[in-house]
Design a protein around this ligand. Structure first.
Ligand code: PGA
Length: 247
């Protein structure tokens, strides 16, 4: 299976920065058939239209960083999945730990967002992962199993899951490859019990992924790609990660 390499730009970039980064990556992509990976760029909402224009014809997919579970209505400040689809997005991140932390998103809400994404024709990238306290308490596997069970739609279209240990995000710390393997195996078992296509769902790793550790992470069984934050803001670095997926 071709690895998914997704860049989560978070709240970074003005229009010129976003277009330049997207253009630089699009220029490197050899076209979908010989691309090193399935590349997904998730810029802030303000940059989505520019980024979609910049990557046109390159095979790069563009995604949102969140969506609302309703199609429309009185939800000030929110963006519906159908609106992202209308712009030309193919993906949307849901349940990122920063949204769970800052907006108190629950697994049930994440499940509704994922279902809305599917209904709109987007592939949801559903984030799960334990906090440091949960890991120290020996609960990492149980937390991830519970989050997948609660947040991943049991039916509907394609989904992607991203395992992102909260304590590894933006910290430069990564779990050992054994720890990544343990969680990804548990995630695979849970997905296989949940969905008919559970053995095919890409399970990405995220949390301080970068060019220097991408190949090691991608070699772990059941790691089907990477969700990259900080290191996705530099075209050369992100391209090196994309190429680690081809190796
Ligand atoms: P990071 O972020 O790569 O900067 O750790 C990953 C993420 O939050 O998706």
């Amino acid at each position: 299976m071709t690895a998914v390499i997704a860049g989560n730009w978070k709240m970074n970039g003005l229009r010129a920065d976003g277009a330049a980064l997207a253009k630089a990556l699009a220029a490197k992509m050899p076209g979908a058939s010989s691309a090193p990976c399935r590349m997904v760029l998730c810029p802030p909402a303000t940059l989505i239209a520019d980024v979609i224009a910049a990557v046109d014809g390159s095979g790069i997919s563009v995604g949102g960083q969140d969506c609302h579970s309703e199609e429309k209505g009185a939800y000030t400040g929110n963006i519906a999945a159908v609106m992202l689809r209308d712009l030309g997005c193919g993906h949307v991140i849901v349940g990122h730990s920063e949204r769970r932390r800052d907006f108190g998103e629950t697994d049930a809400e994440v499940a509704d967002k994922a279902a809305a994404a599917q209904a709109a024709g987007l592939v949801p990238i559903i984030c799960v992962g334990e906090t440091l306290e949960e890991r120290d308490a020996g609960e990492a596997v149980a937390v991830v199993e519970r989050q997948i069970g609660g947040a991943v739609p049991p039916a509907g279209g394609e989904v992607i899951v991203a395992y992102e240990p909260v304590w590894a995000i933006g910290t430069g710390r990564t779990p050992t490859m054994e720890d990544v393997a343990e969680i990804h195996a548990a995630a695979r078992r849970t997905l296989s019990g949940l969905r008919g296509d559970g053995d095919q769902v890409p399970i990405l790793y995220g949390g301080s992924a970068k060019a220097a550790n991408a190949a090691d992470l991608l070699a772990v069984p059941d790691v089907g790609g990477l969700l990259v934050g900080g290191a996705s803001l530099d075209a050369e670095e992100f391209w090196a990660i994309a190429n680690a997926a081809a190796a």
